[in-house]
Structure formats: structure tokens, C-alpha cells
Ligand binder design. Structure first.
Ligand SMILES: Nc1ncnc2c1ncn2[C@@H]1O[C@H](COP(=O)(O)OP(=O)(O)O)[C@@H](O)[C@H]1O
Ligand SMILES: [Mg+2]
Length: 257
């Protein structure tokens, strides 16, 4: 992204963001509520155009490329997409239809290879026993895993996850983060961008961090350089202590003296 700005109804959501994700990097995007994280990653996923600035994704320049084809190369999991999944759709259908980047595709169109891949992804996400269940009957944690299997279905070159662990209980969260850590550590895996509010939700293997506040990039770079107590204290306006233990992060408020 080069000087990307997004304005909606007179409000500036993103203000002059320049950001490069290189092959093999796994990025975390953090920042306060309303900072523009979802807007930013939807642009990265080829779902939204900026008001001004230039975006190129996977060597295609937005505005000069077939967006349908580009979206097919990018896996996206976000609450907005989850809302579009019909509650009566089966888990297997949810995943396999993503081969065409649509929801509610007709069954006749399935190819055996697609069904095979969908089953393999359900196994990878630990939900193969849910294949025949309808999406509407799943728990929040199960839904999140279905969404990620869905995002992985087209074998994307870029995987964008907007708050994948939001609303999960501790067990479901840790299970999901472990699976995302495996994916992040796979050298043949896609480039990844993960939005989260909680540094505890950063999987192992994430290499870079972008901190967004009020539509501006406060900091970006290698994760250990960016995720510091000093920067988070400045960004959130409250004393915060950040630690890393065995590849996992945690943060807590500290009393101001
Ligand atoms: N159409 C719109 N008009 C005005 N403001 C909007 C519009 N859409 C989103 N916003 C605002 O833009 C800000 C950034 O939204 P979002 O990207 O969802 O932030 P985040 O994901 O970091 O919470 C929020 O304050 C939101 O209320
Ligand atoms: Mg958001």
C-alpha cells in the first residue's frame, strides 16, 4: 500500500498508510477499537478500494485488475463474511463453496478434488465430525474454525484473518491459536495478516506487527521491535507492560506512579 487513505461520509478511516508485506511474512495488526483495522485488512484482501493511494496485492494493482480473480487468491475470514453464511448451510458446503469464493453455490458444481480438499481442511481444523452439521447450529469456536477452513479452501497466496479468536473460551482460543501457529510455521503456507485486540492471541511464528491508531500507522516492523511496553503505553494511553515467553505474548496494565 502506498499512501492509502479511506474516507467515508466525511470521516477519515485510514490516513496515508504505506505498508509492504513480503512473501513469507506473517503480520499482526493491532490497535484500539475503531482504529481502522477492519477497513485496512479488507483493502489488503481486495474487498474494498481506497479513496486515494495505490494498492497492489499479489502483483496486481487494485483498480487495474479483475477483482473476482484476485479475491480467489486471497483467503479472508471476518465477521462480515460469516454473517453472509446461511445458517442452514452445511459445514462441508460452507467450505467447499469457497472454491468459487461464493456462498450458497449449487451442489452439482462440486468437483471430487474440491470435496477432497474441503474434507482435508476440516481435518486440519479439527472439525471433520461436524461436516454434515448446519452452520447455524455450531458454537462460536466451531464457527471460527469453519471460517478459517473456508478461507483456506482456494489454497490462497495470502490469508487475512480479522479477529479470528474473538469471543472464544480459553480452550477454543488456545486450540485455534495452536492451529494458526502451525500454519504460520509452514514455509509453504500463505503470507498471513491477522487482526487482534489481544497480544495473547498472536500465534507463534508471527514475524511482523503493524500498530494502527485513529487511521494512522503508529509503528510497523519486526514484531519484537514493535510490540514494546513503551509503544503500547503510548498507543493506548495507559501504562502497559508487554512480555514474551516461549514465542507467546502477553500484556497487562501497570499502575501509574
Ligand atoms: N461508512 C462509514 N462512515 C463513517 N464512519 C465509518 C464508516 N464505516 C466505518 N466507519 C468508522 O471507521 C472507523 C474504523 O472502522 P474499522 O475499520 O471497523 O475499525 P476497527 O476494525 O479497528 O475497529 C470506526 O470508527 C467506524 O465507526
Ligand atoms: Mg474491526
Amino acid at each position: 500500500m502506498d499512501a492509502v487513505t479511506v474516507r467515508r461520509d466525511g470521516t477519515t478511516l485510514l490516513d496515508g498508510i504505506s505498508w509492504t508485506i513480503r512473501d513469507g511474512e506473517r503480520w499482526v495488526v493491532i490497535g484500539p477499537n475503531g482504529a481502522g483495522k477492519t477497513t485496512l485488512v479488507h483493502i489488503a484482501a481486495g474487498r474494498t478500494h481506497p479513496t486515494s493511494g495505490t494498492v497492489s496485492v499479489l502483483e496486481e494493482v487494485l483498480g487495474f485488475t479483475d477483482m473476482g480473480e484476485l479475491r480467489h487468491r486471497i483467503g479472508l475470514s471476518s465477521a462480515v463474511l460469516a454473517e453472509a453464511i446461511p445458517p442452514h448451510e452445511s459445514v462441508l458446503d460452507c467450505v467447499v463453496t469457497a472454491a468459487w469464493a461464493v456462498t450458497g453455490r449449487w451442489r452439482e458444481a462440486y468437483a471430487p478434488a474440491d470435496l477432497h480438499r474441503a474434507h482435508a481442511l476440516l481435518i486440519q481444523m479439527g472439525i471433520s465430525d461436524l461436516a454434515a452439521r448446519t452452520f447455524g447450529t455450531l458454537s462460536e469456536g466451531e464457527r471460527k474454525r469453519v471460517q478459517i477452513a473456508r478461507a483456506l479452501m482456494p489454497d490462497p497466496e495470502l490469508l487475512v484473518l480479522d479477529e479470528p479468536a474473538a469471543g472464544l473460551d480459553l480452550g477454543a482460543r488456545e486450540d485455534l491459536i495452536g492451529r494458526l501457529g502451525d500454519l504460520a510455521g509452514d514455509p509453504y503456507g500463505p503470507a498471513m495478516v491477522l487482526v487482534t485486540h489481544h497480544v495473547e492471541e498472536i500465534p507463534r511464528g508471527f514475524t511482523h506487527c503493524l500498530v494502527l491508531a485513529r487511521g494512522r500507522a503508529v509503528a510497523m516492523g519486526p514484531i519484537a521491535e514493535v510490540l514494546t511496553s513503551e509503544l503500547l503505553t503510548r498507543t493506548y494511553g495507559i501504562g502497559i507492560s508487554v512480555t514474551n515467553s516461549q514465542g507467546r505474548w502477553s500484556a497487562r496494565g501497570i499502575a501509574s506512579s
